[in-house]
Ligand binder design. Structure first.
Ligand SMILES: [Zn+2]
Length: 259
């Protein structure tokens, strides 16, 4: 049996690819920097892996975002901050909750709904709102960011450069459920794993799940959703989010219990 922990394996992967937070020498560094405001390109922190996610206390639930992280953490921390352990400490201390209308708040909310049936079954109780963060993981499809644009998405070229890393990152993270949030997160994981089955949410062909083969012995349910804060033409319609959460919760139960 492989005794290397998930965090150690992930850390090794980042170093092998030269994309670790404290020694970022990505092969696309210069290409990405050239499309950012001068002096404003930063590398993103590493993934967040909750302790109960790593322990697989419940089905492992991984969220994959695009690249809309604001680089506000830069002001508070030193250069090179953002290793796996930095992120875990930060999330467990400061990001147990978030306003319900914000990306992270919506992510925790969805996580709570998806995991609730398993918490009742495996832990014989629900999960406190403050504890949900321990059971999930979160990764980004991009590695670098033009910090001058705050929460906005960077140039497409950066996304095209960066997206190749997420596939193997996901394999190391061994999720049972993957939720992609937004167009770029969806694109970064499109057709990278063999698709066993594809089912759309009734009435919403752009929202769907796929059973994907991560490795020979491991399948995951990938749920492709809109960005939680999407508005306008491609945003959430009235009542759609509630319907989505119900549909996704049911789909996850069927996948895990039927596996
Ligand atoms: Zn890049």
């Amino acid at each position: 049996m492989n005794s290397e922990s998930m965090l150690a394996r992930l850390d090794r992967y980042y170093h092998e690819q030269s994309i670790s937070a404290n020694d970022f020498k990505c092969k696309h560094l210069h290409a990405c920097r050239s499309v950012c405001k001068p002096g404003e390109m930063v590398s993103l922190p590493e993934a967040y892996v909750g302790p109960q996610y790593e322990a697989k206390t419940l089905p492992r639930l991984l969220f994959v975002s695009s690249d809309t992280n604001a680089a506000s953490w830069r002001k508070e921390y030193f250069t090179g901050w953002g290793s796996l352990m930095d992120i875990r400490e930060d999330k467990l201390q400061h990001h147990k909750r978030a306003p319900a209308n914000r990306h992270w708040g919506q992510t925790l909310n969805l996580a709570g709904a998806l995991l609730a049936p398993f918490a009742l079954k495996c832990l014989s109780k629900g999960i406190d709102q403050d504890k949900i963060v321990e059971y999930i993981a979160h990764a980004n499809s991009t590695r670098c960011k033009d910090s001058s644009i705050k929460k906005g998405e960077g140039k497409e070229k950066m996304y095209l450069n960066c997206r190749g890393y997420i596939k193997d990152e996901v394999v190391v993270m061994q999720p049972d459920i993957i939720v992609t949030q937004g167009v770029r997160a969806r694109g970064a994981l499109k057709d990278v794993f063999p698709v066993i089955q594809h089912i759309a949410m009734p009435g919403y062909p752009e929202t769907f799940w796929e059973i994907v083969q991560l490795e020979e012995s491991h399948r995951a349910l990938k749920i492709v959703a809109k960005h939680p804060c999407a508005r306008g033409e491609h945003g959430w319609k009235s009542g759609e989010k509630k319907q989505f959460i119900e549909w996704a919760t049911k789909s996850v139960q069927e996948f895990i219990l039927g596996a």
